[in-house]
Design a protein. Sequence first.
Length: 560
Amino acid sequence: METTTEKNTASNFIRDIINEDMRTNKYGGRVHTRFPPEPNGYLHIGHAKSICLNFGLAAEYGGLCNLRFDDTNPSKEEVEYVESIKEDVRWLGFDWQDRLFYASDYFEQLYEYATTLIKKGKAYVDSLTADQIREYRGTLTEPGKESPYRTRSIEENLDLFQRMRAGEFENGAHVLRAKGDMASGNLNMRDSVMYRILRASHHRTGDKWCIYPMYDFTHGQSDSLEGITHSICTLEFEDHRPLYNWYLDQLEIYHPQQIEFARLNLTYTVLSKRKLIELVNGNHVNGWSDPRMPTISGLRRRGYTPEAIRNFCERIGLAKNDSTIDLALLEFCVREDLNKRAARVMAVLHPLKVIIDNYPEGQVEQLEAINNPEDPSMGTRQVPFSRELYIEQDDFREDPPKKFYRLAPGREVRLRYGYYITCTHAVKDKQTGEITELHCTYDPATRGGGSPDGRKIKATLHWVSAAQAIPAEVRLYDHLFNKPNPGVDGVDYKNNLNPASLEILPTCWVEPSLAGAPAGSRYQFERQGYFCVDPDSSAGKLVFNRTVQLRDSWAKIADN
């Protein structure tokens, strides 16, 4: 499978089709699309591509886009999923206005359509078992054979179908099938199942129905009823298009145009809803909104912005063939967006205490810090400085290797927005030998991070004042899988789960400007990465999720 690593390499063939339709006035100048999710799980980044495409094209051509739930399988559908999908679409920045629909809105009309096909001799009630239907269907190389029930009379089929609706039969006793061509090279055309008996309560219609239409019978007719002009689907529905067209032709109703595009595939990710459900139900992640999940709710909780996701979807473009997009491109889009909007703050994730021996005890001074050098309108803030600070453990080496320019015995470094300090000695735990604190001196003439004599400093460290810092828990997220293609070569994708995908740092410190930061707030921790306040935060302790690291691997890929 080809890996796409360049911006905007995919063709814009759907716009070309719409432009031609507009030129020929095929639909009277109308562009009417729809986003049709099944409410059997949470939306993921692949759905975001479809959302941006359908709503974006409608806006581009001054048209309309519907949100329609294809809710034809009540055994797998929940109101929770419906509400989460609506929230995700809104969060991405799109509005269906008054065009919220459900396939269940059309159950009565679909039943009438099915009855029409029976009366035209184009559908019949089959009493084969599910296993027998699969056996009779044949294979890709062998034709199928007709069901012995295919010759039932129209009257008998109508009677049985009505009795199916009335609840007279048990699950699996009968199905309604289209009279297609059992020798067709397209297996979807071999007497496709239209209705099955399913005794399950529906989230909208309750127990009114005990027969439910199959997705393939519902999809095209729903588009027709809504006056959709361009029915945009992913490639797996390409082989289903002849069946959709067959239903529309036999019913002699309005005919939308179906166009297929390649679905989104990402490295280090699975985007199969079935697999995502397995991850949730198997407790491999902490629910649908786990920040390691590729769900929109997970990405939102991790700190991704809707602008970054929309930009990513635009960059990858549209293709007619499957390809895999490098996850680094998505991370680049997030980093690029947050660089412009996220305030810079200081946070220490692995704290090491520093005591400045010649700084006055009890003194606290306020230093001016820039909120975002990319956006001067974000202004500045005050950060407290005192005798006792925290720095990162990795910023000190007792015996520094070559090219290590940070703090070491006898070495001077700059504190961000603060002073130059020089380490005099380290204090160790007598039993473990672990360094517990550093003692330093400071140069009062270097306030603000500059030196009047012009001496050069090779390292600048971030820090927080120990007395005023706020305790925080930081969750460091990495790829959920440790291989770029976790589900290939017949290997169970769960065998490639990354055991180090989450590291929790329970004792971190952040500067006091973050006190009361609401859930969803995004920041750049200087020298650390981009972070977002998690909903698990409480009044006593902030919880931060790492959104993305500062390191930009995509820029290196793009330059090669």
